[in-house]
Design a protein around this ligand. Sequence first.
Ligand code: FES
Length: 573
Amino acid sequence: MTDRTAGLNHGLTDYGDRDFSRYLRRSFAQSMGYSRDMLSKPVIGIAYTGSDFNNCHRHFPELLAAVKRGVLAAGALPLEFPTISLGEVFLTPTSLKYRNLMAMDTEEMIRAQPMDAVVLMGGCDKTVPAQLMGAISADRPAVMLLAGPMMTGRHRGERLGACTDCRRFWARYRAGDIDADEISAVEGQLAVTAGTCAVMGTASTMACLVEALGMCLPGTAAIPAVHADRLRAAEASGVAAVKLIGSKLTPARLINEKSVENALRVLLALGGSTNAVIHLTAIAGRAGVKVSLERLNALSDATPVLVNLKPVGNGYMEDFCAAGGMGALLRELKPLLHLDCLTVTGETLGERLEHDAGQDAGQDAGFVDRTIIAPFDKPLEGEGGLVALFGNLAPKGAILKRSAADAKLFEHEGRAVVFASLGDLAARMDDPALEVEAADILVLQNAGPHSAACMPEAGYLPIPKKLAQRGIKDMIRISDARMSGTAFGTIVLHVTPDAASGGPLGLVRNGDRIRLSVKNRRIELLVDDAELKKRAAAAPAQTEIPDRGYGKLFAEHILGADEGCDFRFLMSR
Ligand code: FES
């Protein structure tokens, strides 16, 4: 190896004698059976997140082999390394708690180990933001390889995909519309292949935003997990990582104010997951870019919804890929995008869109299925799918996915029915004695980032059973929690500051009146300030701090949703 600071010579272990360190590292590396010739090549690290606790990454062994093939063919040495993997449904209390831990793991392992560039293999909800956050902070050239979405299953002739259909069938089961045998049959058909949830949930949204940010190869975000094109994308990602060696195209350079704004445009045009607002805020924060909810509203007013996928539309991710995928969507949005943003290939976004015209991986040149990707001048909706709300109930903002909500409830005043915690919600929601009517507003407190629950996806409060059995399908629900990107309903989320950190949400009492106005972007608690002050003095909010470990670190440093729920000490200064 000629360059004594590259490849395996990066960041030597400190023994006080650098030549000894090199000699020892080579010696131990040779114990893995590599020739000296191989060990003299540049090194591509592969952040590997296969795990038996992550069904969405089930196919990662096969993808890993393809990445390594690409790296070897391009003349470098591929070395995989494990990091934490976050399988969404296998974690308690919620995967968000561990996103920052995974980001720290990814950052530190990229920085501590000898690699010239890195391929980040992620997919399931929090893995992608965690990897991007870590890679930005590590500031080593990086390319993302996404897991790709699952294919759909079938039940009695109907297509099913996790997890919009999970919720739809569960709501029918709760309402007594289908029986235990049928829900059991559905359970076996919701998640039928490797890959991430099949709809435009958080994982799919984040994958599309990664492509909008220029951090993965063009056209690769939506390729189904089990499609041969996904393996070709893996091989090409390995090649791309080798090309990045020595380049200044690090994630911290690619992710800037303009590319973040492009990603926000894409999020709005997708009618994407509310979770993505938190993750994009955290990703941008690592690069020193502030995502403001006021700016989100301004962009939302001027960005049409173009993609017709569940939960807001009809299709699934495999349809989006076949319809033209991200290339087709970006071409529609072209007039709104900053085309001078660089991408991981070294091209600008504008150059990519200029020449690819439908020739992304697996795409039929120029073909766009207009039932899935609407033209810019004939959008599905004229305004973006997400809107931020402000008011005395949410001084630092809240989020509503209006594209997944019932417009009849957009201008509404109602009586609050309050649940003080997730435990209270579980205990009383289906109580026949619960005093609740369809016009009421359900409020869940203490499920935000500062609560012991760590902001789970509990904002999709179920319709109380007695109302569900009367056929009520939607009502206004407000909380400081998050909601799965696969869910739908008139649901106000991420109320900030959260109840556990002393936010006004914690001061709402049963019977208070609340007014929602989507038109005015307002969410108001119709209780006067003097009364709210009295309530705050009578029951001051208390954050519980665990006495040790990551739980303590999390509770002491977690920031609000308006700052992406990152830790201050990890953000860019
Ligand atoms: Fe992994 Fe939905 S559970 S993406």
